[in-house]
Design a protein around this ligand. Structure first.
Ligand code: CU
Length: 492
C-alpha cells in the first residue's frame, strides 16, 4: 500500500475511492504525498507524525512544533512539466521556484515560552530545493532523522534536502527580552540560473514577547551545515558488514531523440510498466524472481530475503541529488566529497561502526554514496531522486524485494477497490511489464522511452553537412570574385 503509481497500484481516477490499510509500526517524522507525476508540489502533501510512548527523548522536551519547508512555484506543475521535458529545454534546466516557505507561509511567528524545550519536527516537503536552516542564537540538538532516533548531536545549522526530516531539540532562553529570527535558505547551487528577483530565504521568529521587535535576520558569511554522516543511531545498530548482493547505479543526464533531457541509471531512464510491478510479482508465479518480467525500462532488481543489500550510487552529474528508498531506512556507510568520481572497489576506507541510518540522503556533485540495508521487508520499493523534476525525467530504480515472500504474505490477493481503479482505466493487473500474462518473458509492446540519439552522423546529417560546406565555399568564392574585380571609377 506504498502508493507509487505503476509500482504498487494504478492511479486513482477522479470520483473513485481507494483505501490504504496499513499498520503503524514506525514512530517518527514523516509526510504523505502523491507519487503521481508532479502532484505533490501543487499541494497534495502534508506532515504525518507518528507519536511513540517509548520515544527515548520524550522527557527532554515540553512541546513539539511541526515546521515544514517548501519551495513555491507560481505556476502549476502540469504546465511547468510540459516545458521541462521538452525539445525547448535540451539542457534539462529545472524550473526555479519563486519563493521559499515555512508552514506554507512567510514571516512565521512561533510562540515560545522562556525556559521550555521544544521539539521542532522539520520536514522538507518541497519539489526541488534543499534548505539551510538555522535559529539565531539558539543551538539545535538533532535527535531524529527520517524516523530514526539518534544520539543527541548539536548543530548550529542543518541542510535539509527535499523529503528529509530532522527532529531537533531547541531550548528557549530564560528571559523574554528579545525575539529571534530563524531562517530557511534555499540552496542556490541547485539552480541553473538564479533570477535577480529571487529571494531564496524565508524567515520565521521565535516570539518570546509579541510586544517586542522582530529583528531582521543577520547576514551570514558562509553556509556551514552540520554533517549528518556523523550521526549515530540511538539503537547503535552496527555496520552490516557482510554484503550478499551489491547493486551499482551510475547516474547521468542525457538527451533522447525527442530532444528532451532525461535522467538515467545505468543508461536506462524509468518508464512505468503497463502492469504495476507489485501485481506482476503476484501474477507471475516462480518467474517473479526473474527481473525480465518487470521490463527493460524500470531498473528492476530482485532481492533475496533477509540478505544484506548494498547500493553504490555513482553520480556522473554535476548536480546534487537527494536519494530516497521506500520501505527501509538504510545505513549510510560511505559518502564521498564532491568531484570524488566513481566508487573505487579497491579502496579500503574505514567504515563507521554504527552508521547513520535514514531514508533520504544527498549525493554530492560527481561523487558517490554507499548504502546498506537488510532485505527483511518483502515488497516492491522504489529508489529514486526526490527532486520531483528528476522523478519525472526517470531517475528511478525498482527494488523487488523477496518476491516469493510477497506472494506468500499476500496470497495473491489484491483488495477489490485497488483492482477497480485499474479496471476503470482499462489497465491490466496481471502479467509482465508488457501486460503479457501468457508468456511472461515476452516483453513485446512494453512501454518504451523516446529513442536513443544515434552515435555519429545520420545520412540526413551527412547530406546537410555537405551542402552547408558547399554553400560556405560558394559564398566565400563569390565574395572573393566580387572583391577582386577592379573598381570602376566614374568618368565625367
Ligand atoms: Cu535528482
Amino acid at each position: 500500500m506504498d502508493g507509487p503509481v505503476g509500482v504498487s497500484q494504478c492511479s486513482i481516477p477522479p470520483g473513485s475511492s481507494f483505501t490504504y490499510n496499513f499498520t503503524i509500526d514506525q514512530p517518527g517524522t514523516y509526510w504523505y504525498h502523491s507519487h503521481e507525476r508532479g502532484q505533490y508540489p501543487d499541494g497534495l502533501r502534508g506532515p504525518l507524525i507518528v507519536h511513540d510512548s517509548e520515544d527515548p527523548h520524550k522527557d527532554l522536551y515540553d512541546e513539539e512544533i511541526v515546521l515544514t519547508l517548501s519551495d513555491w512555484y507560481h505556476d502549476l506543475m502540469p504546465a511547468l512539466l510540459k516545458g521541462f521535458i521538452s525539445i525547448a529545454n535540451p539542457s534539462g534546466a529545472e524550473p526555479v521556484p519563486q519563493s521559499a516557505l515555512m508552514n506554507d507561509t512567510q514571516n512565521l511567528n512561533v510562540k515560545i515560552e522562556a525556559g521550555k524545550t521544544y521539539l521542532f519536527r522539520i520536514i522538507n516537503i518541497g519539489a526541488f530545493a534543499a534548505q539551510y536552516v538555522w535559529f539565531e542564537e539558539h543551538t539545535m540538538k538533532v535527535v531524529e532523522v527520517d524516523g530514526v532516533y539518534t544520539e543527541p548531536m548539536d548543530a548550529d545549522m542543518i541542510y535539509v534536502t527535499a523529503a528529509q526530516r530532522y527532529s531537533v531539540l531547541l531550548t528557549a532562553k530564560n528571559d523574554t527580552s528579545s525575539n529571534f529570527a530563524f531562517v530557511g535558505s534555499m540552496d542556490e547551487d541547485l539552480f541553473d540560473t538564479v533570477p535577480d528577483s529571487l529571494n531564496p530565504n524565508v524567515t520565521g521568529w521565535l516570539v518570546y514577547d509579541d510586544t517586542k521587535d522582530k529583528p531582521e535576520p543577520k547576514e551570514i558569511d558562509a553556509f556551514e551545515p552540520f554533517d549528518d554522516f556523523n550521526l549515530v543511531p540511538y539503537d547503535k545498530e552496527t555496520l552490516l558488514d557482510k554484503v550478499d548482493q551489491s547493486i551499482t547505479l551510475d547516474l547521468k543526464m542525457d538527451n533522447l531523440n525527442d530532444g528532451a533531457n532525461y535522467a538515467f541509471f545505468n543508461d536506462v531512464t524509468y518508464v512505468p510498466p503497463k502492469v504495476p510491478t507489485l501485481y506482476s510479482v503476484l501474477s507471475t508465479g516462480s518467474n517473479a524472481t526473474n527481473p525480465t518480467v518487470y521490463g527493460s525500462n524500470t531498473n528492476s532488481f530482485v532481492l533475496g530475503h533477509n540478505e544484506v543489500i548494498e547500493i553504490i550510487l555513482n553520480n556522473d552529474d554535476p548536480g546534487k541529488h537527494p536519494f530516497h528508498l521506500h520501505g527501509h531506512a538504510f545505513q549510510v556507510v560511505e559518502r564521498s566529497e564532491e568531484e570524488a568520481g566513481f566508487y573505487d572497489a579497491t579502496s579500503t576506507p574505514t567504515l563507521p561502526a554504527t552508521p547513520m541510518r535514514r531514508d533520504t540522503i544527498l549525493v554530492r556533485p560527481n561523487g558517490f554514496i554507499r548504502l546498506r540495508f537488510k532485505s527483511d521487508n518483502p515488497g516492491v520499493w522504489l529508489f529514486h531522486c526526490h527532486i520531483e523534476w528528476h522523478v519525472t525525467s526517470g531517475l528511478i530504480a525498482t527494488m523487488v524485494e523477496a518476491p516469493l515472500e510477497v506472494q506468500k504474505q499476500l496470497d495473491g490477493k489484491i483488495p477489490q477497490d485497488h483492482l477497480e481503479v485499474c479496471q476503470a482505466q482499462n489497465m491490466p493487473t496481471k502479467g509482465n511489464a508488457a501486460g503479457n500474462s501468457v508468456d511472461v518473458l515476452d516483453l513485446t509492446s512494453e512501454p518504451m522511452p523516446a529513442g536513443r540519439i544515434p552515435a555519429g552522423f545520420t545520412a540526413r546529417g551527412i547530406v546537410a553537412l555537405v551542402f552547408s560546406c558547399l554553400a560556405a565555399f560558394l559564398g566565400m568564392g563569390v565574395i572573393g570574385w566580387y572583391g577582386m574585380k577592379p573598381i570602376k571609377t566614374r568618368t565625367a
